[in-house]
Design a protein around this ligand. Structure first.
Ligand code: ATP
Length: 360
């Protein structure tokens, strides 16, 4: 696989404030990469540097191996979609989509053909004569996407493009956007603070915090093998338990939790550089299960006694807060499994394979 975009030691400072600390990243040709993190973590700044809207203070940006730091935005072959649709209000939809092509002096017949194809791809083939104000928000966002892809960009840059849409439309657009990206095979960098969006759409997720990368990995990796407490907490509900570990560096690491006893995890469950004698065990809330007797726990699970402190009914699932010794743990179980009331004595159990062990 070849690399479409490379960021080499990119830094961005605004005065004395460092928004992006030295950051390295390689984005694979044709892949969908998401910059994910809370507000202010530097994802938009990173995207804007790739776009050429901001100059990096230090470091190099390469697109297809060519350094583009000094190449102005209109000479980088990029498609950009922002949260606000940013369509030209006084141009028709056709003129909006055609804009980048006319700018590139593409012959008229080809412009017609390409605009038609792009509008078909976003499933709005018949609105060319209308003006942006005559379209809904979702339709305008599709047109913004058509305008970005019509030029066959080397990289498609998407800055929270779905966040102005209402919840249902957003989910539909998520699927559509991903389908279009796959169909075109265009390298895409997507910025969002929405974990669900990132998990559903990405080939790779870059989790950012305070201008630094916390973890890069597939959706499965960042969700199931978080490399830090921050990632574990940012992507869904997690239990973090203090543990003692033995055999760091070996194939199997013996872990001891006061209430659950001793059990083993293997090296794939210990992020690199994270092994130490004292650590934190991360367990997703939906991987912690409750039953009324220990006999119901599947073979291989480790178990402990607990008391249900609180119950939140969430519709498709129930969230329990359970006291296990000194720990307060969360369990999210799908409805259909046994239901427990506040105060119930329960067996709490989990499969050690589902944990990640972090160093202290
Ligand atoms: P959001 O989701 O809120 O857009 P973000 O992760 O995209 O957040 P950035 O917009 O990249 O964050 O901002 C990163 C940090 O840099 C923030 O603390 C922000 O206040 C700061 N920042 C961004 N642009 C400027 C600027 N032009 N001047 C000064 N500080 C800035």
């Amino acid at each position: 696989m070849s690399t479409a975009v490379t960021l080499n030691n990119i830094v961005k400072r605004f005065g004395t404030f460092t928004a992006v600390h030295p950051l390295d990243l390689e984005i694979e040709q044709g892949s969908f990469l998401t910059l994910l993190g809370p507000s202010g973590c530097g994802k938009t700044t990173t995207l804007r540097m790739i776009a050429g809207l901001l100059d990096p203070t230090e470091g190099d940006i390469l697109v297809k191996g060519q350094r583009v730091n000094t190449v102005p935005i209109h000479k980088r072959n990029l498609g950009i979609v922002f949260q606000s649709y940013a369509l030209f209000p006084h141009k028709t939809i056709f003129e909006n989509v055609a804009f980048g092509l006319k700018y590139r002096n593409v012959p008229k017949a080809q412009v017609e053909e390409k605009v038609k194809a792009a509008m078909e791809l976003v499933q709005l083939p018949n609105v060319g004569d209308r003006y942006p104000s005559q379209l809904s928000g979702g339709q305008q966002q599709r047109i913004a996407l058509a305008r970005a892809i019509v030029i066959e960009p080397d990289v498609l840059l998407l800055d929270e493009p779905l966040s102005a849409l209402d919840a249902n439309l957003r989910e539909d657009m998520r699927v559509e956007l991903k389908n279009i990206q796959e169909k075109l095979g265009v390298t895409t960098v997507f910025v969002t603070h929405d974990q669900g969006e990132a998990l559903a759409m990405s080939d790779n997720i870059v989790v950012m915090r305070d201008g630094r990368i916390e973890q890069v990995g597939s959706p499965w990796d960042v969700y199931n093998r978080p490399a830090s407490e921050f990632v574990a907490q940012f992507l869904g509900a997690s239990n973090l338990m203090d543990v003692r570990a033995e055999g760091a560096g070996a194939e199997k690491v013996a872990v001891e939790l006061p209430q659950f006893g001793k059990f083993e995890v293997d090296t794939t469950q210990v992020p690199k550089g994270n092994a130490s004698a004292k650590g934190k065990l991360v367990l997703r809330a939906e991987k912690l299960q409750l039953s009324d007797t220990a006999a119901k726990a599947p073979t291989g699970h480790v178990t402990a006694n607990g008391t249900v402190e609180a119950v939140d009914y969430l519709g498709q699932s129930v969230r329990y807060f359970v006291h296990v010794g000194d720990e307060k743990l969360q369990a999210i179980n799908t409805v259909g499994q046994a239901l427990f009331d506040q105060g119930a004595q329960v067996q709490v159990h989990f499969d050690p394979q589902n944990c990640t062990l972090l160093g202290d």
